[in-house]
Design a binder for this molecule. Structure first.
Ligand code: NAD
Length: 290
């Protein structure tokens, strides 16, 4: 299987490395040439545009910040659509709104190109380990063709349903992760203000019902005051905006997502958009006068 991979950021770079480690032939592109060179040193074919990346490939992966970047890479000047062969599969692993997954799938279908939306959860550590949770949407026969490559990047890989099901599942995931981070921040600040040892409190509760993957991923970093992303606040604000837009289109009220988004927007305005979303605790600390 010949693979093109576009978007070599926090997530895409280790994912492309895992495809190389699994012996796939991988051609890579990013606007950041240093990332291309890093992958080329490991055996990837460097490309100079999305069009060059896609030419002759069986599967083209995109791992980009948001839907405008995906649209530009697929359909812009020197985009994937200019060179992609008929019967190829575009797998967009970016977290975007299902509205755009469906739109991109329809635009590619006009060229005889298949589309799978396959966003991920698990952050950089699972991207590095090749154990991401991958939630996919698309036709089962097309998903099966792309599966061997997905397997090189994922631990738990599930075809949730038709096109847009993967990105919808990711929105649900982002509600749970970000509201969980807000709940955790509220609890940590309450405990700190009460003067108890927060590290000991974390150890005391992590084996109980409040224990979670989010708790274990974020609290140790918060205790170290390490807010280097990870999952950036601005990227999670983008996800929660997509959550609220989708909720509004479906007539579903999502008050907690709205509150967390407001706090993220305030942090972005304070210049903390690039912080990890675990950095939300700083907002609660400010409110509590800590
Ligand atoms: P990132 O900002 O680190 O990487 C994005 C990469 O895309 C950058 O290297 C950038 O140069 C490149 N890029 C942007 N526009 C481009 C273009 N037109 N052509 C080529 N390359 C372009 O972002 P990330 O953290 O890797 O996230 C990627 C996606 O994965 C996002 O949709 C995000 O929501 C999602 N995601 C992130 C995490 C996380 O913990 N970071 C976890 C799960 C999902």
């Amino acid at each position: 299987m010949r693979i093109g991979f576009i978007g070599l950021g926090i997530m895409g770079k280790p994912m492309a490395k895992n495809l190389l480690a699994a012996d796939f032939d991988v051609t890579v592109f990013d606007l950041n040439t240093a990332a291309i060179q890093e992958l080329a040193a490991l055996g990837a074919n460097p490309a100079t545009s999305p069009a060059e990346t896609a030419e002759g490939q069986d599967v083209i992966f995109t791992m980009l910040p948001a839907h405008p970047h995906v649209e530009a890479v697929l359909f812009g000047e020197n985009g994937v659509a200019e060179t992609v062969k008929q019967g190829a599969i575009v797998v967009d692993m970016s977290s975007i709104s299902p509205v755009y997954s469906k739109q991109f799938a329809a635009q590619l279908a006009e060229k005889g190109v298949h589309f799978i939306d396959a966003p991920v959860s698990g952050g950089e550590p699972k991207a590095i380990d090749g154990t991401l949770a991958i939630m996919a949407g698309g036709q089962p026969n097309i998903y099966e063709k792309a599966y061997p490559a997905l397997e090189a990047m994922g631990g738990q890989i599930i075809l949730v349903g038709d096109t847009g099901s993967g990105t919808t599942a990711k929105l649900a995931n982002q509600i749970m992760v970000n509201v969980n981070i807000a709940a955790m921040s509220e609890a940590l600040v309450l405990a700190a203000k009460a003067g108890i040892d927060v590290e000991k409190m974390y150890q005391a509760i992590r084996g109980g019902l409040a224990g979670s993957a989010v708790l274990d991923a974020k609290v140790p970093l918060i205790l170290e005051r390490n807010f280097v992303a990870g999952g950036r606040i601005d990227i999670n604000a983008k996800d929660l905006t997509n959550v609220l837009d989708t909720g509004s289109a479906l007539g579903v009220s999502l008050p907690l997502s709205g509150q967390v988004l407001e706090m993220y927007e305030e942090m972005k305005a304070e210049g903390k958009g690039a912080d990890d979303h675990g950095g939300l605790v700083q907002h609660y600390e400010k409110l509590a006068g800590i």
